[in-house]
Design a protein around this ligand. Structure first.
Ligand SMILES: [Ca+2]
Ligand SMILES: [Ca+2]
Ligand SMILES: [Ca+2]
Length: 242
């Protein structure tokens, strides 16, 4: 990801804005959550996007689906290959993503993440448990959007590309057999739509921005008329390997 230009300047402006609005001065009576010593109220180490244990992609988290032949929670009981530690943590259900592709593209799923007072900006990585079916399983393209025009909405053109907010993506080729845990730092994501947003990864809920608004998975086949077939589980945001 391109290094943010003028981040400190932006922060300075925001601090001034907070002070002008009568917000707490940084350091003076700062919330305990900002102190590493304040264990009981320390920020969550992980944010669970979904583990699919409800057996539904409508509740508790709602996912939208597009074009993909199959995008549904399925039983993990037959999914025994791969990393045993990962396999031991996937529970009863995972999300099966499968279907034929046209010109590499097979479809995908997405979910809206932003909630008031839910700060996702502290997380540095997305982490997923993925069950692959060997070479040719397909490519999982992870997309996230940060809100640059402070309206909590991802406005998009006819090709679903965000027009006011930054769209960041990372392509993960699934070519292994069985379960594997994959951490992906946000710093490895690339900007897909230069000049739509501000071109800076700013998932913070500051200045009216919704921050990190949504996540999508686009499934791409390894041949233009190929198929994709893998399972996704335990989608987390984590503090990374710091
Ligand atoms: Ca699960
Ligand atoms: Ca927006
Ligand atoms: Ca941005």
């Amino acid at each position: 990801m391109r290094k943010a230009i003028g981040v400190s300047l932006v922060c300075g402006v925001l601090v001034s804005a907070a002070l002008a609005m009568g917000g707490p001065a940084p350091g003076a009576g700062a919330p305990a959550a900002e102190s590493p010593a304040a264990a009981p109220v320390m920020a969550e180490k992980v944010f669970l996007v979904d583990d699919f244990e409800s057996g539904s992609i409508k509740s508790p988290r709602e996912w939208w689906t597009f074009d993909l032949q199959k995008a549904a929670p399925v039983s993990n009981s037959e999914l025994k290959d791969g990393d045993e530690k990962v396999a031991a943590g996937v529970g009863n259900y995972s999300l099966l993503l499968s279907g034929p592709a046209k010109s590499w593209y097979a479809g995908g799923v997405g979910t809206y993440l932003a909630k008031e007072s839910q700060d996702l900006s502290k997380y540095s990585d997305v982490q997923l448990d993925i069950y692959g079916n060997g070479p040719g399983s397909g490519t999982l393209k992870i997309e996230v959007v940060d809100d640059d025009n402070s309206n909590w909405v991802v406005e998009a053109d006819q090709k679903f590309k965000p027009t006011k907010d930054d769209l960041w993506s990372y392509e993960l080729k699934v070519d292994w057999n069985g379960w594997k845990q994959v951490p992906v730092p946000f710093s490895d994501f690339v900007l897909e739509n230069p000049s739509a947003g501000d071109g800076v990864w700013n998932p913070q809920q500051t200045g009216g921005s919704g921050g990190l608004l949504q996540m999508q998975f686009i499934c791409l086949a390894s041949a233009s008329d190929g198929k994709i077939n893998f399972n996704v589980d335990n989608i987390l945001m984590t503090l990374g390997a710091k």
